[in-house]
Design a protein around this ligand. Structure first.
Ligand code: GLA
Length: 404
């Protein structure tokens, strides 16, 4: 009897719930696309023009097998060189390296990951493959039909195809045309009804951070291309100071994809690159050879404390608090009142004979600060003027839960 009564109550409760009128669609705030900086892997930095369907499947499998998926890397992004020719109806076909894009997207999705693709507003991509000029809506619809979740849209030949032809020697007019081209694809993506992350790649021209969010841009490159050399990584980092106020949930500065594990970067350089990109609230798009990833590279890319800084829900990008010689101190405000401090030995020739002395007052801090060293995982207390030994190109990254 008791069971019957409680069953009745449960049924009545669920009936009441079902009978409740559905809230109007407008009352439900739409989830923000890219509420935190997108994380995943992109084919360009390791494979460049050689990438194939097989490589994308292997990257997908390896994101799962290495634990990177669990660490937050969800996008598997195909960069340039997947494109074939357009047919008489304007439909763009894949080339022989990518026999069936829909099947590939289904495969990536079947592993619980998302898939990204690449095009541009010109007639050709940077690699000389077919891009979207005059076919923006058709391409956006095709991406949505395939199940694409992310589009990187790269300016490339739009410069010679449109800007130089339509507005020679008139830079402001060229910039208006460029913005219109990104607006067009932003609208085309929106009208598919599918949430597709929109990544602008036009190298930071015309203060892109000021206008990209209004046309649906979720991230925008702030500079020219990265490569796996410390001087390039540091040059890009230096160009990010002053951009913090443009970053936030749904819209991010993009200092380009990660080179962690690529080229001849030292372990310190790989660490500093990752630590500083996390401080910058940068999209974390790994670009390494996942099937052959070394354990120390995996440890950097999956460091949960560093990822937590990058993904902090407030989305406050770091700013450079001060620099002293070749050492730079950057700070980032985190949710819950916490603070991240990065002390970067950017120069080439600092040795432990000359430790760096941290000036806490310049960070607005007073007295000893208890925190965690995110590279070692050990507790650390920062005191004013304390000597810190940092090797060249290395970074001390500390999280202070309750800064004073
Ligand atoms: C440009 C972009 C790179 C990459 C290549 C592909 O150089 O900045 O990130 O997408 O094009 O051709």
């Amino acid at each position: 009897m008791r069971i019957a009564a409680s069953l009745y109550l449960a049924l009545a409760a669920s009936a009441a719930f079902l009978a409740r009128p559905a809230a109007p669609a407008s009352a439900q705030p739409a989830p923000i696309t890219a509420a935190t900086p997108p994380m995943g892997w992109n084919s360009w930095n390791f494979f460049a023009g050689k990438v194939t369907d097989k490589d994308i499947r292997a990257a997908t499998d390896n994101l799962v097998a290495t634990g990177m998926k669990d660490a937050g890397y969800v996008y598997v992004n195909i960069d340039d060189t997947w494109e074939g020719e357009r047919d008489a109806d304007g439909v763009l076909h894949t080339n022989s390296k990518f026999p069936d894009m829909k099947a590939l997207a289904d495969y990536v999705h079947s592993k619980g990951l998302k898939i990204g693709i690449y095009s541009g507003p010109g007639a050709k991509t940077c690699g000389g493959y077919a891009a979207s000029l005059g076919h923006e809506e058709q391409d956006a619809k095709m991406y949505a039909d395939w199940g694409i979740d992310y589009l990187k849209y790269d300016l490339c030949s739009y410069r010679s195809d449109v800007l130089d032809k339509q507005a020679p020697d008139d830079k402001p007019a060229q910039m208006r045309l460029m913005i219109a081209a990104y607006q067009k694809m932003g609208k085309a993506l929106q009208s598919t009804g599918r949430p597709i992350v929109f990544s602008l790649c036009q190298y930071g021209w015309d203060a892109v951070w000021e206008w990209a969010p209004a046309l649906g841009g979720n991230l925008w490159r702030t500079t020219g291309d990265i490569n796996p050399r410390w001087d390039r990584i540091y040059a890009i980092l230096s160009q990010q100071d002053g951009l913090a106020k443009y970053a936030g949930p749904g819209h991010w500065n993009d200092p380009d994809m990660l080179e962690v594990g690529n080229g001849k970067l030292s372990l310190q350089e790989n660490w500093s690159h990752f630590a500083m990109w996390a401080m910058l609230a940068a999209p974390l798009l790994a670009g390494n050879d996942l099937p052959n990833m070394k354990p120390e590279i995996k440890a950097i890319l999956t460091n949960p404390d560093v990822i937590a800084i990058d993904q902090d829900r407030l989305g406050h990008q770091a700013a450079r608090a001060y620099s002293d010689g070749e050492v730079e101190v950057w700070t980032r405000h985190l949710s819950g009142g916490a603070l991240a401090i990065a002390v970067l030995a950017a120069g080439d020739s600092r040795y432990s004979t000359h430790p760096f002395h941290l000036d806490l007052a310049k960070l607005g801090l007073h007295g000893p600060q208890k925190g965690k060293d995110l590279k070692t995982g050990q507790d650390i207390t920062l005191t004013n003027n304390m000597p810190i030994e940092i090797q060249s190109h290395d970074t001390l990254l500390v999280r202070i839960p309750s800064p004073k």
